[in-house]
Design a protein around this ligand. Sequence first.
Ligand code: DAU
Length: 344
Amino acid sequence: MKLLVTGGAGFIGSTYVRQVLDNHPEDEIVNLDALTYAGNPANVRGLEGDPRHRLVRGDIADAELVDELVQSVDAVVNFAAETHVDRSLLDPGSFLRANVQGVYVLLDAVRRHGKRLLQVSTDEVYGDITPGKHSRETDPVETRSPYSAAKAGGELFCKSFFVSFGTDVLITRGSNTIGPRQYPEKMIPLFITNALRDQPLPVYGDGMQIRDWLYSEDHAAAIDLVLRKGRSGEIYNVGAGNEYPNIEVVRTLLAHLGKPADLIAYVPDRPGHDRRYAMNTDKIRDELGWEPTRTFGMTLHETIDWYVGNQEWWAAIRDGSSDFNDYYQKQYGWRLEAAGQSAG
Ligand code: DAU
């Protein structure tokens, strides 16, 4: 297959690009990435000499560029997105542009050229899930943050193109994903890198919020399976069933690093913070035979070990970019101060 992978220099996107090139030697990838703060050429380092991979710097909302690239491929896999909930609370407009307008531009091109689009989405579209319940693909969308609202908007456009024009679209809804090369703003990579520097770990609220943790290689494999074998117009949940309260994950993380629990700082909560996400994943398992290859312990430990072994990758972001520090001060300066700590 010839694929246009958008956002392929980001975290899950670059994992997917590497995995496809390893597993499908005949495939070719055009990797379109805007290389904004979280897209990083270092994430696809080593692929420069591979004739099957071409990195193009550009925006999915650029209709002319997208039109030209879509013509030359069989299918599009869209990882390009604004993804961080906390940033969506600071700047909702950029989420509308990337996650709705950008998806529309891709859809319009795949519709005109008769190609397939896989839209990578999120379990956050289901909203806050009461204990004991597991969201199914047929459940209503009940978004609560600007991030999840924008992701749901992109999904709804996909669905509307399938129904109205017969456009060949598929949607995956993934749970919280961790692994190598995740920008250190999400909880796990932020907390690993803070702990390695003996800086406080800012736990929001009471730390009892529940997420389902998935390894990036497993998430990428699920997306590829849906792309090649999924039924057009369908949605597939992707989750590993690793449901744990944040505070338990944070304690395990510190223990694995041999760092003290007093690095934990309880700080003022994220506004509108969803308490729990949890999905039923029978559909992808029964229909397509997907299952995660790692336990929760392996998922967390392999992630931590990657950051321990690749300090130059994350130090370049944390020390070398003003983006990281500006954001860190805005997000955590007052929160850590309220907890009697300093943001450094
Ligand atoms: O569920 C899938 C989603 O998972 C993806 O669609 C999003 O792109 C991804 O960012 C992630 O969303 P979360 O908001 O769950 O991830 P985050 O790592 O930001 O937060 C995980 C949990 O940790 C959440 O309950 C908030 C909490 N947290 C997060 C940060 C950054 C803290 O307590 N302190 C923090 O500093």
